[in-house]
Each structure stands twice: as C-alpha cells, then as structure tokens.
Design a protein around this ligand. Sequence first.
Ligand code: ZN
Length: 281
Amino acid sequence: MIIDSLTHILPEDFISNREKFLKKDLTFRCLFSDPKTKIVTHSELLKSMSKSGISKSIIGGFGWTDFDLAKLSNNYNLEISKKSNGNLIPLCSVNPLWGKQALDEIRRCFELGAKGIGELHPNTQGFSDFDNNLDEIMYFASSYKMPIIFHSSEPIGHKYPGKGTMVPEKLIKLIKKYQNNIFIFSHFGGGLPFYSLMPEIKKLFKNVYFDSAAFPFLYDPNVFKVTSIASGYEKILFASDFPITTQYFALKKFNEVTLNMNEKKSILALNADKIYSEVKN
Ligand SMILES: [Zn+2]
C-alpha cells in the first residue's frame, strides 16, 4: 500500500472562477497567479493514483484567507472522499484568526469526516509569528488527535511563490507552545528534521512529523536517507504535493534512494496510516 500524504484538489468552480477567486483570497493569489499553475479536480487525482499504484491520497486545502472559498474547498473534499471508498482522506482548512468561525468550521468538518487540518499558510494568513491566540483550535485538534499540516520554508535556497518564512526557528516556537498537538510540517519542515541530531531538539519531536511534499523541486532524493538518520524513518511521510509534481515522478525519485524494506514501507504508508487511524471521529 502507498499513501500520498499531501495532495491538493479543488472543485471545478476554482477553474471557471479563477480570476474572481484570485481577487478574493490572498493565499490563492500567492499560489495561483501564474496561469500555468495547475488546478485539478478529483478525477485527475484518481487517474494519477491508478497510474502510480497509489492506493490512498490525503486531500488538503490551502491556508485560505476567504471564508467562502475555505467552505467551498472543505465541502468538496468531504463530498469527494465519501464517494471514494476510503481512498481519498479529507482534510479541512481555515484561517485560525477567524476565531469562533474557524473553530465552528473545523468542528463541522470533523463531524462530517475530516481527518486533519491543513495545509495552513501562516504568512499569507497573518499569524506567522505565532503570537496570536490559537489555543481553542489547537485544543480541539489535540482532543481528537487531528494532525495539523503547516507549510514550511527553507531559510536558504531559491524562492518560489508562497515560500514564506515558516523556517525551523518559527516551527520550534510553535511546537514548544503546543506540545500536545500532532504537527506535520510540509516540505521536510524547511530542514527542521536535520536538527534532530541535537538532543534538545529531538526531544521536542514526540508528536511531530515531516512530509516530503514537492521534494523533487527542493532536495536531492537522498533527503529521505539523511532525514531517516537524523530524525528516524518513523517521522517521515511520503507526499507529492500533486499536482505541482506528478505522483508518478515523485515516486520514481523516491525509489532512487537506498532504504531498507522497513524504512520504505513506513515512509510510504505505515507512518501516515498510524496518524490517520488514530483520529477520533
Ligand atoms: Zn506548502
């Protein structure tokens, strides 16, 4: 079994109303202003999964700034997952700064089957210093063991749309503040797992995981090997970030790395399966 731990699909409305939606939502504008950036619906994801031999995909939203778009995307993920025989696992996404509205939306989605929250984009959503009060949402997520997926940024290297400044230093601040929450930091946490070699950092990672979303654009595939050594293979989740790259290509790159069977199985499926099967809905 292979699980892709982060993919993004959106309903048809986002394709037909792209220009209008770009004006409404800052995160959507940051990520999709370039008309060449693909938006795909579930049918393309399902085709891609069967081509690549991927049995399950986690379908995430983005760190929305507009409530209506968040709801449109959340409802779509929930509806599509219901028709997927358990092959598409839905996340919901909100802006934590919406306060009660954000909490109500998370609760509504959770009751309808959402298994986690994300992807969040703290830069465009306006809480990148984590000085705001996120307590209620964090408490809700930890009570039901819902993981929260955060976009993360490398402090060095090339720029890309939506890269932001969610660098390891900031992620550590978040982990320290909310030690009971399950965090999945996308894009190998901007390099955060490499610091697992420092004992005082490793000790903070009890509930922390790192996904490989978009790794072919960021790292040599040996990032899986290096991260396994530094933080442990049980902390890594294979993710493509489809449709930014194809699932087929991400898997092909993953298979270039020398890992033992146990490491491969854990990264490709078991780690994600464990996290999502423990969600209490
Ligand atoms: Zn991201």
